[in-house]
Design a protein around this ligand. Structure first.
Ligand code: 1GP
Length: 235
């Protein structure tokens, strides 16, 4: 662990401001023992729905982090901010263009001490994030590893997020990435529908993100917390 605020994360729940969540479900998620709540989504984020979700999560002691993907939903008051740079985006605006446009406008307001860049590798072409950013998700393992090495070694990004949103990914690739990085913290997310896949992902990545299943099967989602925490970090 390098002492960074994300370095101890093993399990994270990701909540989408554009989706309904009842108070009961939100309470169960926030009190589950997860290490953080990540707020983010690929479409439909607004200032209002992001503020609303943040203030509801704020009732609980768990850390609340915003993944900033649109300028209008860049809401102050989160514990930390993650700024994705889509490594395999086809349009440069998603790699560094939107971020620099935001800096021109709001650079003086950004809380740098609690903000980090996140190299985002989108591996599921059907995910909304892939469609929105035009990411080339059709990568061989070696190509994916080259992106990860570029992010870790050349760009020295502190976090690399291997994103399979909606589909369970190739754990041998994720493990290979985790074993190869020199300094980056590897996060995996996508298709975890219960404790078995959660444990598998926890063997391959430092941090495991669980999203959709919260809305589909709360008990299965909650069971992922202990499943992840029971696995020693092997990478
Ligand atoms: C999405 O990586 C997260 O950004 C989690 O993916 O919704 O498929 O669990 P799922």
């Amino acid at each position: 662990m390098n002492g960074a605020w994300y370095s101890g994360w093993r399990h994270v729940f990701k909540l989408d401001p554009d989706r309904e969540i009842s108070d009961e479900v939100l309470e169960a998620v926030c009190m589950s023992g997860t290490d953080a709540i990540m707020v983010g989504g690929s479409s439909g984020l607004t200032y209002d729905n992001t503020v609303e979700l943040m203030s509801r999560v704020r009732r609980y002691a768990v850390d609340c982090v915003l993944e900033v993907t649109s300028l209008e939903a860049a809401v102050p008051g989160f514990d930390n901010y993650l700024v994705p740079l889509v490594l395999n985006a086809q349009q440069a605006e998603w790699l560094i263009g939107r971020q620099t446009a935001a800096l021109q406008e709001f650079g003086h307001l950004i809380p740098w001490e609690i903000t980090v860049g996140e190299g985002y590798l989108i591996m599921n072409g059907d995910a909304t994030a892939a469609r929105v950013s035009g990411a080339n998700a059709n990568l061989s393992s070696d190509e994916a590893i080259a992106y990860i090495q570029a992010a870790d070694r050349l760009l020295r990004l502190p976090i690399i997020y291997i994103e399979y949103s909606g589909k369970f990914g190739d754990m041998s690739l994720v493990r290979r990435a985790s074993e190869m990085v020199s300094q980056a913290h590897v996060i995996y997310g996508g298709g975890i529908d219960g404790p078995d896949k959660a444990a598998e992902a926890a063997r391959a990545a430092r941090t495991v993100v669980v999203g959709n299943v919260i809305y589909d099967n709360l008990d299965a989602a909650l069971a992922t917390v202990q499943a992840v925490k029971a696995v020693e970090i092997g990478v």
